[in-house]
Each structure stands twice: as C-alpha cells, then as structure tokens.
Design a protein around this ligand. Structure first.
Ligand SMILES: NC(=O)c1ccc[n+]([C@@H]2O[C@H](COP(=O)([O-])OP(=O)(O)OC[C@H]3O[C@@H](n4cnc5c(N)ncnc54)[C@H](O)[C@@H]3O)[C@@H](O)[C@H]2O)c1
Length: 293
C-alpha cells in the first residue's frame, strides 16, 4: 500500500541534508535532522536559518512562514530519535562503507513499514538496499544541489524495490513541488553519468595545461552557455564527492574513459574540497574567489 509521507528523518546535515530538511519543512512535513557530528548538525541548522532569511528578504516568503517552517525541523541526536519517521533519507558522506554502516544500525530504530532512501550520487541502490532489513522498502531519492533551487529529483529503484515504495516516493517528491525522473540502477544514474565525466575532462584540460582555471570556466560559460564553469561547479559539488562518483563510474563500468584525473585526486588529498572547505579550484577565503591555478 502507498504510504503518505508526513514525517521525514534525514541522516547527514551537510549541504544536501540541510537543503532536503528545508524543502520538506517548507512543504509542511515534520523533519528530524541527524548528523554524527554535533557541530555539523549546528552548522546545518544555521545554514537553513540563513536560507530562510534570504527567502524572507527576497519577499518569497513571510517572516511568520519562515518561523513555521523552521519550527518543523527538530534535531535528532541519534538514530533512536528517528523512530517516528515514515521516510528516512540518508544524505551522509559519499562513501559506501559509511552508508552501509548507517543502514545496518538504523533499521532497528524504525517502524517495519518505514521507507528508507539514500541520496547517493552514484552508489548501487541494490547493493545499499542489501545492508538494510527491508530492500523492498528501499529506494534512491537523488536530490540536486542546491536542493531549494533545483527542480529535479532522480528516483532509482533497486532490484527489490516494491511498486508501493516507488509510488510513495514519487508522491513525496510531487508534494515538495519538484519533478521526478526514473533512472535504472546503473553507476551514477543519469545526471551524474553525463555531468561528472564532463567535469573530470575539464580537470584533465587544466592538468594538461590546455587552459587555466579561468579560461576553462569562461570557455564553457560563454562558449557552451553553461550557467557555471565546470571547475566552479566541481567546487560547488565538493571535490571529494566528484572523485567518489568518478571512482564508482570507473570501477562499476570497468572502462578507462572514466579514470579520475590525478589532479582531482591531489586536491582531495590536500583537503581542498571546494567551497565547503573554502578552497578548491578557487580560493574562497577572501571577498571574491581567486583561481588556485
Ligand atoms: N554535493 C552535491 O552536489 C550532491 C548532489 C546530490 C547528491 N549528493 C550526495 O549527498 C550526500 C551528502 O553530500 P553532501 O554534499 O551533503 O556532503 P557533506 O560533506 O556536505 O555532508 C555530509 C554529512 O554527513 C555526515 N555524516 C557522515 N557520516 C555520518 C554518519 N555515520 N551518521 C550521520 N551523519 C554522518 C557528516 O558529518 C556531514 O555533515 C552524498 O551521498 C552525496 O553524494 C551530493
């Protein structure tokens, strides 16, 4: 039976988890937001406050509406606090071991009929489902960044995902006012299968000295009409996430055309993860971003 989602648990209060929390609360749903790191949970809640304030100052929502939205989001300090959720969306770091560990401990705290979803950018839904006690109630719900702005959500069924789980997830996305598309469970699904090799190629272009950060981004903005240059976009996504998606494509499709650029690996090893670390292909520590190469 399809289930109407009223209460959503979210694991990971990073850029995606906090964005998902905001749009769920804005759609009138109750939200329980969890992160293993209490500081990240605080930062996530503050970024929601900042996002809502921006909407108030732009006149998109009223102050009172913003307070109502915010009051629907409650911190969850452990998985036990996620017990009342109809749907739990995992939006933790893009690492398979981390996600498997979450699913293997999470399920014991949930109702048997609760749906469990992952926001993974690339990892096999079928494989992650196998780490839960409910592969038939498990699905990929892949939001785009920044969640409050982007219209699309990819839905990905694992081999065991039941129709009722898919229909409930589809209705949930419609309730958020977003558009869903269906993708088969192949590495990186549709959007990232196409987008990340383009970003990786832009990094190769930089690595081989074909152009500077500035010329590559300007070329793609003005020459291909992209709203953001590929290196700017890589920083925005997070270079650790970009590397992880390329590794999943490389290993999952066993094709050398997906090999991650060594320069991307180097930036991640340096901890220059993009905007969230204040440094990536640009340095964000000053008033305007400055290219790092
Ligand atoms: N960044 C993007 O553009 C983007 C877009 C779509 C999907 N995603 C996916 O969303 C997920 C999160 O990405 P992000 O960009 O928000 O990353 P992020 O680094 O901003 O946030 C990840 C959060 O997960 C938390 N976390 C890690 N392990 C945890 C655990 N065991 N329990 C609870 N919390 C834990 C971390 O403390 C951190 O706050 C990833 O799977 C990523 O692939 C990212």
């Amino acid at each position: 039976m399809d289930m109407e989602i009223k209460r959503v648990g979210i694991i990971g209060a990073g850029q995606m988890g906090s964005g998902i929390a905001q749009v769920c609360a804005a759609a009138g749903l109750d939200v329980l937001l969890n992160d293993r790191d209490p500081n990240r949970l605080e930062t996530g809640l503050s970024s929601i406050d900042a996002g809502l304030s921006r909407l108030v100052s732009k006149g998109t929502i009223e102050e009172i509406e913003s307070r109502e939205i915010r009051s629907r989001i409650k911190p969850a300090h452990g998985f036990a606090d996620l017990g009342p959720a109809d749907l739990v969306i995992e939006a933790a770091t893009e690492n398979e071991a981390t996600k498997r560990e979450i699913f293997s401990t999470l399920c014991a705290s949930l109702r048997p009929d609760a749906i469990v979803a992952t926001n993974t950018s690339s990892i096999s839904i079928t494989r992650l489902a196998a780490a839960t006690d409910r592969p038939e109630r498990f699905i990929g719900i892949h939001f785009m960044n920044p969640v409050p702005v982007m219209q699309l959500v990819e839905l990905i069924r694992g081999i065991a995902t039941e129709d009722s789980t898919y229909e409930s997830a589809k209705a949930f996305i419609a309730k958020l006012g977003k558009i869903s598309t269906m993708s088969e469970d192949f590495p990186a699904f549709i959007v990232n299968r196409i987008l990340l090799p383009m970003i990786n190629e832009a990094i190769y272009t930089l690595y081989e000295g074909v152009g500077s950060v500035e010329s590559i981004d300007t070329a793609m903005k003005l020459g291909a009409n992209h709203p953001m240059g590929p290196l700017q976009l890589a920083d925005f996504i997070g270079l650790d996430t970009c590397l992880s998606v390329m590794q999943v494509l490389y290993e999952g499709l066993a094709d050398s055309k997906y090999r991650p650029c060594p320069l991307l690996v180097k930036y991640v090893e340096a901890g220059w993860l993009g905007r969230k670390a204040k440094r990536g292909f640009y340095d964000y520590r000053g008033p305007t971003p400055i290219p790092t190469r």
